[in-house]
Design a protein around this ligand. Structure first.
Ligand code: NAD
Ligand code: WQD
Length: 338
């Protein structure tokens, strides 16, 4: 079965190719390389020992996308392509809405025209806003998203649900990722943020490797066990494996499926710093800073539905995630730039 990955050169997509290949699927990638480097695909190719058909195409380019569909004839799409920086989305709302919304509309239209009605969508825990309950189950109502990025995820979920409701030939799986970190055990692919990292783990690894002086811990007065924000960190390889389980559900004609992909464990910022130091024997200097606007205190999921219905469960713990994030960063201090 051939799977087209939009945004497949990015952090989660590149790891997912490996899991798909292991499970016997064929892959092709469409990516405009706006936030990724072609070396990621070269390195994945090396890991799996196969060429990866690649189309440098923006998903808003209907003609380019059509060519990729005609050449590859995919039976399902995993839709990773999107802009994802929360802060930037507040400053550039139109760019975010246009890229994420228009891009998905064009993708869905091209899929429909080619009779490809199977899609897995990269959604996010951000759709729960400030969650009504902890741990978060899929029955938890969606919340108010404080930024355009989150709005695009929440609105696209609605769009995809409507598409599936209108035509039962569609299989739509919405995967709500919690906080992906870690990297492939080879240490040759990983997260490669441009400029100053927004997210915790890439910031920690850049402090550890000497690129940044210290981590700012955004607030220590939350109502959590040590006052710092608690999140559900999940190893990117576990997340990647979740997509394989979702594809199997699609092959069983699941219709609509919505799943949290997280471990179900919450770790605070300081827990992560401590786990990183313990796993790697490397110090991480930090100081307490004010809260970051828009942050919530606690966010972790109940992943039972994915276990029951998809047979998926996270295998890696926080120390594995810290070890693998560091393995990638120390071997590639400048990411994919030599
Ligand atoms: P990423 O930026 O590494 O990967 C996204 C890829 O999409 C990039 O390679 C980028 O070049 C490509 N892309 C963006 N717009 C495109 C367009 N118009 N046409 C073609 N390609 C385009 O991000 P990631 O961390 O791998 O995230 C993948 C998906 O998962 C995104 O949709 C993101 O919103 C979602 N997600 C990520 C996280 C996270 O913390 N990383 C959490 C929840 C959800
Ligand atoms: C984690 C914790 C911070 C950086 C974001 C998006 C979400 C999803 C995942 C895409 C928080 C603290 C962070 C730093 C810190 N992405 N922190 N110092 O905010 O949970 O989620 O990425 O869908 O939509 O919002 O992740 O890694 O930014 O923060 O203290 O330099 O680390 O305050 O408590 P977040 P994060």
């Amino acid at each position: 079965m051939k799977i087209l990955l939009t945004g497949g050169a990015g952090y989660i997509g590149s790891h997912t190719i490996i899991e798909l290949d292991k499970a016997g699927y064929q892959v092709a990638v469409v990516d405009n390389l706006y936030n990724s480097n072609p070396k990621a695909l070269e390195r994945v190719s090396k890991i799996i020992g196969k060429e990866i058909p690649f189309y440098k195409v923006d998903i808003r380019d209907e003609e380019g996308l059509t060519k990729a569909f005609e050449a590859e004839k995919p039976e399902a799409v995993i839709h990773f392509a999107g802009l994802k920086a929360v802060g930037e989305s507040v400053a550039k709302p139109l760019e975010y809405y246009h890229n994420n919304m228009t891009g998905t509309f064009i993708l869905l239209d091209v899929m429909r025209k080619h009779g490809c009605k199977n899609i897995i969508f990269s959604s996010s825990a951000t759709v729960y806003g400030d969650p009504a309950q902890i741990p978060i189950t899929e029955a938890c109502p969606k919340g108010h998203c404080t930024n355009p990025y989150g709005q695009t995820k929440s609105m696209l979920e609605e769009v995809l649900m409507d598409v599936q409701k209108a035509d039962s030939e569609w299989n739509v799986v919405l995967l709500r990722y919690f906080n992906p970190i870690g990297a492939h055990q080879s240490g040759t692919i990983g997260e490669n943020p441009n400029g100053i990292p927004n997210n915790l783990m890439p910031y920690i690894t850049q402090v550890a490797v000497g690129k940044r002086e210290e981590l700012g811990v955004f607030g220590n007065d939350y109502d959590t066990h040590d006052g710092t924000g608690v999140r559900d960190y999940i190893h990117v390889c576990d997340l990647a494996a979740g997509h394989v389980c979702a594809l199997k559900a699609i092959q069983r004609n699941c219709g609509l499926g919505i799943y949290n992909l997280g471990t179900g464990h919450g770790y605070s910022v300081l827990d992560v710093v401590n786990a990183f130091e313990k796993a790697n024997g490397v110090p991480v200097k930090y100081s307490i800073k004010p809260r970051r606007p828009g942050d919530i205190a606690t966010c972790y999921c109940n992943p039972a539905k994915a276990k029951e219905e998809l047979g998926w469960e996270a295998q890696y713990g926080i120390e594995d995630m810290c070890r693998d994030s560091w393995n990638w960063q120390k071997n590639n201090p400048n990411g994919y730039d030599e």
